[in-house]
Design a protein around this ligand. Structure first.
Ligand SMILES: [Zn+2]
Ligand SMILES: [Zn+2]
Length: 1752
């Protein structure tokens, strides 16, 4: 029966091997287990019944297995063995896993939310547990989701008496018909439900944390909201139980969820369940983003989604399980070495949901319960965590790598505990060991798929990183920090690391070379003296040879002899868990507590040190040996927990069981005999040697002696130990062995039959095993040969490593679409039928298929888009939409952006929109506004020859034009112009504006994160204040250092300083010094700033230029000098324009200093490809360094950095330097002592800092070194060599120059980053003034502000809060005022006493506030400034409401005189009295008569002229000035220096949760009916007589046949190229950005690559017609049609020329798969070959058949 079920489960292929084994021994197995089950004496009569019941349970469990969907295959393997099932069933606490009868009562969240009886097929959500195994969790056809809040009570009910640990996490992924994706997450640890929206264009996750919008009380309420009460259809719904990760990968996104879990360790001591992912699913989300992406990248993404997760990964939602049990840390601080989804969980962390992705570990976790001898049983869990430092497959991940991790490295933990009822202590003990491949640099290669032995290679410097490896072990397993051990064990603080090496070391064995190296490495390690307290010992034990020679039993005995001493020294951890913390006060050992656990752990002892097992692969031998080692500890652990596994502890009955099993042949010493006492039924023993008898077995003379079993023979062990628990443990090891073998080799473990040695009949298994082993060997060989490299790639991508190689074009930080609702149209968009929504459907993704037909006639259509959040606008994304005729879509667009409607700036004019098919997505990249003056100076006008088409700035963009960056842009105005040929009204489709917005919510309202930001901003702003921003710089070889140093080279002593700094160079301010790139230091504030201020950076630049040309005595600069000049320029913070202006002012043509032009073309190609390669190497090094630092103390950094470039002329230090690559200078000889000397790796001479090339040079020279060992280009292990040096005379000139190129590229990118950070800073300054505050003050102030706001709102909602709301128009602000936006800023930001004020002579101001969304406004409140009101500055307040910006449309709400109000509320007058902040700030509320539904609120404040005011209020004044009119005339402005002021403006009411615009479908239908005409004309190809490509295929000349029709235009099939993310080595700020950044704005968005196509028509007459088109980005090979403005008759030749940033693109990786260097100057995908066709228009009917042949 079970077999049949398993077949149904379709797991047989996977199980076949083990199945065969099991099937044979099944019956025996059952009996054996039954027998060894603890049964109390005298209970034998019940036993039969007991077993009947148990078997029933097993069958039920199997039944359930069948019914439950896709229980992981690993789990099933467990269930196959009835004894295991027993354990499972009895241990099981998870309702989901319980048999059917219990299942009905199961309470999953969703089930809880509705009644458990289903209410009809359409509305019921299928309970996952009931689905058949074949069912795909995503229902393929649209299903109606029905979650009515009324039917299902909204709250997630917490059933009384149920603890929260019994609630299960539920994840529902809903894909709507519109392809929009929502992730609905209800965590077991929280009571509410979060909804995360996946942006359908960019894939960015959106979560605001607003109740009712993306936070709900229950899952049902959330689903109800998403599907709009089931009115919206969902395409598919996936139910999952945990969120594992998410990644946006260009044009698609991947979401990884666990759909089935198995509670593999249901209840850890102190709570917490470890779940194994039994089944997972990658949900692929197709995005609208047309960002070009290569087929190679797409294939890699598909590969990533094939990664096998199931059964091999586990997690715990409530406890940290990345550390040995019990972890002192909380879930929030896992040990990175074992977190496999760190990268994949980042997107959720970034939106402020750090706990929503589980912390996923790779490996194995499972537990069994076992009985002791007639006493209480215990639980044993085996947890094996795989390290991620050296991920990968067998033949690619061996030995050490650059992260100082070894291949297949696993930390194993054996946790034994005695479960008790709550309220008592839970005793437990935990034993840790490690396994991995040999920690030296080595590799192996298979020659072909069938060869038996792999060839082993050992690196030249095989111990590179070994030290770090052992240091890491020492840190993790040393318990010197624990007070308990120091006091109690009185050890010298040594941490023993015992390496048990199981390799063959006999003569002629291939592995013996490794053994020798291993020995040598440990000798070397100990000799360095750098191990600290770590103490390494190597034990060699040739496992295979011993087995062959002595058999298995003696092999085990031998192992025990070796392990006895180390195991006893290292010991294991023991302790008790107490539910109540108070009980811990009596704890004598150390106490471990953290916030994730209610009670705490009292540790009696803590393991000190670790045993590490290895064979060549850390596979079969390792698993077996570690089992026998752990077994000894297990027995000891049990005995310490008072679970005796001694067989004599079971009297009578139990002995008889052993008799039945034939196990009573316990070995007795020679001369002994065992007999039975017929009276008692007990055994007794006769010693014939001494002629005595005893009840005690002679081998158990001292039952309390610890570790006694180490001294036993195999038979003695077997005879004296209860074998059922032992075999339970063996089962765990068998399963774990298979998992780890599969992870590493793709097949199961071999030679594992030895683990069954304690079972009977092992002999009978062996023949199966032999077959099995052969089969696995073949399988592994095949897997390794065929799949290793692609699996390696998968793993790297999963971990987020080497993405610049596998997915080069993927941005790390996707843009946001900011035009979606709550963005809106500020003016109605004209349409051919009256549309009630005013055009807002153009901004909604839900109307993807919309064709908006504008009014007939107008020259152009203008749209004003208000963005949902302020941002820097980066891209405009258009969805082409038209009827049958594509010419109705506009031909060009102008884009203006601004922070308000009256400050719009033209960003691009006449951007071309080619004609293309309906639904095409066109991306128009935007720069910020470029100053026309800049354009005039730099660029073409600075070049001597304008028509220089062969010029390619391959090294870097010498003429970069810098667009303005503004993060407060809010309004985008688009002007669409129709095409010349269009005969129909303009049609429009969906419009999206993409940009980068600042993390406003975190900065302004998140009391947790705001202080962090504030500190960062303060640091930034202070650096702006005390110097000229980037116009200062540090040591010349420190890109990324935004502190300051000396740079003046005119005085020699300053050069000296440069070196002085050089030696102390360190890294980032935060001391993150794993980075080999950019040293930074608290450099003293330089005198340089003074110089900059005195003569200006321009002058300093020119001085430097002149000094350089002075050297050359009038000759032009050479390449290195030009680069130095550019380095100087970037250091001084000059833009390209400023440089050109300066140079032109002294009569130098800038182009003559362009390094791109200074070298010949083929050299340029070589140089740029070397620099590209260096960039990749640099990123590899950075990645490896970051990972290598995990678990280690921070290392110190060397003075010689990646580039070692000094912008000043350097000379040899002399002294010890043996290289003298530079001419030495006498003056510098004195510095010898301070300078740095290293040894050149090549010539082994001593070299000074100046004569040494940067680390990058060494990498470039060694890229191809020993690929077999260093993992080839795939894993780039050679980055470990980045600490080696090469002298300047050992590396060629081109390598030195490549370092210069890379260095300048880095500086360029830093300048961009700096510009964006500054723009961000200025944006923040326009919202609230920065001032330094203590973190705690700030978070308090924010919390206080939020309470204040709540007071004022009195239950209403705040509708006009920045960043969601904004001013529509600028309002004039006094100089000493808080910024205008502070009026809308959240409470608690900015200085408490300060406020906004108008300039003094303004007696009237008007605020137009665009609300956060369409709302029902109930009123407006003005928070009174700290100065309070006086009689002279009380304004008259008038309020209007409207939906669009037209003034005439707005509705007047009312007029209030504040004077009236304050007369009744005198507390509003005068300055704030007390310093105490009141809970309710002083404010005036203006209540509307009725709530008004609107989008814009206008508030006008007018200061009445004094006279009229005074007459009203002041009797005295009235008496004095009787003449009203004189007062009126003389005082148009305020006499008493009063001005309009306010602290905040609060608009309150209720927002409409959804954009419930009027139903527009009717109107849209009517619009479509206008487009029903069929196209009268088609495009036909103009035959070409000849064509010619030139200038790197960027220029195409086409010669049409004579008598061709006039040319109407041309078709261009878009290029298949990508824009790589990595273009230069990382700088220190790169690390910054990973950890913390204000803008997260990538280079490619600061400086987008824009390409143009220029078309020159040469007429017969010789006349030229030139047109230029700015190209949008579209998907590869999309046909684009460009119509000429006029028909081109008599064309002799048409020349197409690709211009612009062509060098920014490269080919897809599928083209370059095996190439390390780019051989081409340009991407071959940019070639115009076969891309362009000329066409004319003609009537399709007339053309007939010929037409169809030549249609274009
Ligand atoms: Zn030197
Ligand atoms: Zn050298």
């Amino acid at each position: 029966m079970a077999e049949a079920r398993l077949r149904e489960l379709q797991l047989l292929p996977l199980l076949s091997l083990r199945w065969a084994t099991w099937h044979e021994g099944q019956r025996r197995d059952t009996r054996a287990t039954g027998a060894s089950k603890p049964g109390a004496p005298g209970r034998s009569c019940c036993l039969v019944f007991f077993w009947v019941k148990k078997i029933k349970q097993i069958l039920e469990a199997l039944d359930y297995l069948d019914a439950s969907i896709g229980v992981g295959r690993r789990m099933c393997m467990g269930k196959l063995r009835p004894n295991l099932c027993l354990s499972k069933v009895t241990v099981n606490l998870d309702p989901d896993r319980s048999p059917p009868s219990a299942r009905r009562a199961a309470t999953r969240r969703g089930d809880r939310a509705r009644s458990s009886t289903t209410s009809g097929p359409a509305s019921s959500r299928p309970a996952p547990a009931r689905r058949p195994p074949s069912a795909v969790p995503v229902s393929p056809r649209p299903s109606l989701l029905s979650y009515s809040a009324t039917r299902h009570p909204g709250r997630r009910p917490a059933p009384p008496g149920h603890q929260k640990s019994q609630m299960h996490t539920s994840v529902v992924v809903v894909v709507l018909e519109t392809t929009e994706v929502y992730i609905v997450i209800s965590l077991s640890t929280r009571r509410d439900t979060q909804v995360v929206y996946v942006d359908p264009t960019t894939g960015a996750l959106r979560y605001l944390g607003k109740h009712g919008e993306d936070v709900f009380d229950s899952e049902a309420a959330a689903l109800n909201y998403i599907t709009d009460g089931s009115r919206v259809l969902s395409k598919s719904t996936t139910y999952a139980k945990a969120l594992l990760g998410y990644a946006v990968l260009g044009s698609s996104a991947l979401l990884l969820v666990a759909t089935q879990l198995s509670a593999s360790v249901p209840n850890l001591p102190g709570g917490g369940c470890i779940y194994t992912v039994a089944e997972s699913q990658w949900i692929k989300i197709q995005l609208q983003n047309p960002q070009p992406q290569g087929t190679g990248e797409q294939k890699n993404i598909r590969d990533l989604a094939d990664l096998d997760i199931d059964g091999k990964h586990f997690f715990c939602e409530t406890r940290d399980v990345t550390r040995p049990f019990p972890s002192p840390m909380t879930l929030r601080e896992p040990d990175d070495e074992f977190v496999w989804n760190e990268w994949l969980s980042k997107p959720f962390k970034d939106i402020g949901l750090p706990g929503h992705c589980v912390i996923l570990l790779q490996g194995f976790a499972e537990c069994r319960n076992f009985g002791g001898a007639g006493q209480q049983g215990g639980l044993v869990a085996l947890i094996a965590r795989r390290s991620r430092l050296h991920p990968g497959t067998r033949y690619l991940a061996r030995g050490l790598n650059a992260c100082s991790g070894t291949g297949n490295e696993v930390e194993c933990e054996q946790l034994v505990w005695v479960p008790r009822k709550g309220g008592q202590r839970i005793p437990f003990s935990s034993y840790i060991w490690r396994r991995g491949t040999i920690p030296i640099w080595w590799g192996a290669e298979i020659k072909n798929a069938v060869s038996v032995e792999a060839e082993i290679y050992v690196a030249n410097d095989p111990y590179n990183g070994s030290l770090q490896y052992y240091q890491r072990l020492g840190r993790r397993y040393g318990n010197k920090s624990s007070e308990a051990n120091v006091s109690r064990q009185k050890k010298s603080g040594r941490v023993p690391v015992i390496c048990v090496n199981l390799l063959r070391y006999g003569e002629g064995k291939t592995e013996s070379v490794l053994v020798d190296h291993f020995k040598e490495s440990i000798r070397y390690m100990n000799s360095t003296g750098k191990l600290g307290s770590t103490w390494i010992q190597l034990v060699n034990y040739d496992w295979h040879a011993t087995v062959k020679l002595k058999g298995q039993q003696q092999t085990v005995e031998g192992l025990w002899r070796h392990l006895k001493a180390p195991t006893m020294v290292i010991g294991f951890s023991e302790g008790n868990y107490y539910d109540v913390r108070q009980q811990l006060s009596e704890c004598k050992g150390s106490v471990i507590c953290n916030d994730d656990v209610n009670g705490g752990f009292c540790m009696e002892s803590i393991q000190n040190g670790v045993i590490r097992f290895n064979c060549a692969d850390s596979l079969d031998r390792t698993n077996a040996a570690s089992y026998f080692g752990a077994l000894q500890v297990f027995v000891e652990q049990c005995s310490r927990l008072n679970i005796s596994l001694d067989i004599d502890a079971m009297f009578g009955l139990s002995s008889r069981y052993s008799e039945y099993d034939g196990r009573n042949t316990r070995s007795l010493p020679p001369g002994w005999e065992e007999r039975f006492d017929s009276v008692t039924g007990k055994s007794f023993y006769i010693d014939h040697n001494t002629r005595t008898t005893t009840w005690e077995h002679p081998c158990q003379e001292a039952p309390q002696k610890p570790w006694k079993r180490f001294d036993m023979t195999f038979d003695q062990f077997k005879g004296s130990t209860m074998l059922a628990p032992v075999n339970h443990l063996a089962e765990l090891f068998l399963l774990a062995g298979d998992i780890h073998a599969t992870l590493y080799t793709g097949s199961k473990a071999m030679h594992s039959e030895i683990l069954n040695i304690f079972k009977e009949e092992t002999g009978k298994f062996s023949k199966f095993s032999a077959v099995q082993n052969v089969r696995i060997t073949v399988q592994r060989r095949y897997q390794n040969f065929v799949n290793d490299s692609s699996r390696q790639k998968q793993l790297e991508m999963f971990l987020g490593l080497r993405l610049y190689k596998h997915l080069p074009s993927i941005p790390m930080f996707p843009l946001k679409v900011l035009s979606r609702p709550s963005g809106c149209m500020l003016k109605p968009v004209p349409s051919i039928t009256p549309m009630t929504d005013g055009g807002s459907s153009l901004l909604s993704f839900k109307r993807k298929d919309l064709i908006w037909v504008c009014q007939q006639g107008p020259d152009y259509v203008e749209l004003f888009i208000y963005l949902g959040e302020p941002c820097h606008v980066c891209q405009l994304l258009l969805t082409v939409s038209h009827g049958a005729e594509d010419s109705s879509y506009p031909a060009t667009v102008d884009v203006r952006v601004g922070s308000s409607i009256d400050s719009l700036k033209l960003v691009v004019e006449g951007a071309c929109i080619p004609q293309c098919s309906n639904g095409t997505n066109l991306l128009i990249p935007l720069t910020g506004r470029i100053d026309p003056d800049d354009l005039a100076v730099t660029g073409k006008s600075a070049r001597p020859n304008v028509q220089e088409s062969s010029y390619l700035p391959l090294l870097y963009d010498f003429e970069e034009l810098e667009g303005e960056l503004n993060f407060l842009n809010r309004v985008v105005a688009l002007s669409f112009h129709p095409s010349a040929v269009s005969r129909t009204p303009i049609t429009l489709g969906e419009i999206e504006v993409l940009g980068v917005s600042l993390p406003w919510a975190d900065m302004l309202t998140n009391s947790e994160h705001a202080p962090e930001f504030m500190e960062f901003l303060n640091k930034k702003s202070s650096s702006v204040h005390c110097d000229l921003g980037s116009k200062s710089f540090g040591n010349s070889s420190m890109p990324g250092n935004d502190s300051h140093g000396d740079f003046d080279m005119s005085e020699p002593h300053i050069t000296e300083n440069t070196f002085g700094n050089g030696e102390q160079t360190n890294f980032l301010d935060d001391g993150f010094d794993v980075n080999p790139f950019a040293p930074a230091l608290e450099v003293p504030v330089p005198k340089v700033n003074k110089q900059v201020e005195e003569c200006g950076s321009t002058q300093l630049y020119l001085n430097f230029f002149e000094s350089l040309s002075g050297y050359n005595k009038g000759k032009g600069l050479d390449f290195e000098q030009m680069m130095k000049l550019e380095i100087k320029r970037l250091r001084l913070g000059l833009s390209a324009t400023e440089r050109d202006q300066a140079l032109l002012s002294i009569g130098v043509i800038p182009a003559t200093l362009d390094p791109n032009r200074s070298v010949d073309y083929s050299y340029l190609l070589k140089l740029s490809s070397l620099a590209d390669n260096l960039a990749l190497l640099g990123h590899t090094v950075l990645e490896d360094r970051v990972n290598a630092s995990i678990g280690l103390e921070k290392g110190s950094e060397h003075a010689i950095d990646f580039w070692n470039i000094s912008e000043n002329d350097e000379s040899c230090y002399g002294g010890a330097c043996e290289v003298h690559a530079l001419s030495s200078s006498q003056a510098l000889a004195t510095r010898e002592n301070q300078s740095v000397f290293v040894e050149c790796f090549r010539c082994e001479r001593t070299v000074c800092k100046a004569c040494c090339a940067g680390k990058g040079a060494f990498l470039l020279l060694n890229t191809y070194r020993e690929l077999k060992i260093y993992g080839g280009s795939q894993s780039g292990g050679y980055s470990a060599l980045a600490d080696s040096f090469v002298c300047k005379s050992c590396c060629s000139e081109i390598i030195k120059r490549a370092l210069y190129v890379d260095y300048v590229r880095v500086l360029h990118s830093l300048r961009r980053k700096d510009r964006s950070e500054k723009a961000a800073l200025s944006a923040v300054n326009q919202v609230c003034q920065l001032e330094y505050r203590k973190a705690s003050d700030l978070s308090q102030s924010i919390q206080f502000g939020q309470r204040q706001l709540k007071q004022i709102l009195d239950g209403e909602e705040s509708l006009a809060e920045f960043p969601y709301a904004n001013f529509l128009q600028m309002v004039e602000t006094a100089n000493d005022s808080e910024p205008l936006l502070s009026l809308l800023a959240p409470f608690g930001t900015g200085e408490y006493k300060s406020y906004w004020k108008a300039p003094q002579d303004n007696t009237s101001v008007e605020f137009s506030i665009v609300l956060g969304g369409l709302s029902d406004v109930a009123g407006v409140a003005i928070i009174v400034s700290s100065c309070g009101y006086s009689t002279s500055d009380c304004p008259i307040v008038e309020i209007w409401a409207s939906n669009k910006i037209h003034r005439e449309d707005r509705a007047f709400i009312g007029k209030w005189d504040v004077q009236d109000i304050i007369s009744s509320s005198p507390q509003l007058c005068g300055p704030e009295k007390s310093n105490r902040l009141s809970e309710e700030p002083r404010h005036i509320k203006f209540h509307f008569p009725n709530p008004i539904r609107c989008r814009i609120i206008s508030i006008k404040m007018t200061l009445p002229h004094n006279g009229s005011r005074s007459t009203k209020f002041s009797e005295e004044f009235d008496l004095l000035s009787l003449d009203d009119s004189s007062v009126y005339e003389s005082k148009p402005t305020n006499p008493q220096n009063s001005f309009i002021h306010a602290k905040r403006i609060v608009v309150f009411g209720s927002s409409l949760r959804k954009e419930v615009g009027p139903d527009t479908s009717g109107g849209i239908m009517r619009m479509k009916s206008y487009l029903d005409r069929s196209p009268p004309l088609g495009r036909f190809r103009i035959p070409v007589e000849a064509e010619r490509l030139r200038d790197n295929d960027l220029v195409l000349e086409q010669y049409p046949l004579a008598n061709s029709p006039g040319i109407a235009g041309f078709r261009l099939d878009f290029f298949s190229v990508i824009r790589p993310r990595v273009t230069h080595s990382p700088s220190s700020s790169e690390l910054d950005t990973r950890k913390f950044s204000l803008t997260r704005m990538e280079d490619r968005f600061v400086n987008p690559a824009i390409i143009y196509i220029q078309v020159t028509v040469v007429k017969e007459s010789g006349k030229l017609v030139v047109e230029e088109y700015r190209l949008p980005e579209v998907k590869a090979n999309t046909p684009l049609y460009f119509d000429f403005p006029d028909l081109q008759q008599d064309a002799r030749c048409v020349i197409f020329r690709l211009l612009g940033d062509v060098t920014a693109f490269v080919d897809d990786i599928s083209e370059l798969e095996n190439l390390n260097l780019r051989n081409l100057p340009l991407a071959s995908g940019l070639s115009l070959s076969n891309k362009i066709k000329l066409y004319y228009y003609a009537d399709t009917y007339e053309m007939g058949k010929i037409g169809s042949l030549s249609a274009v």
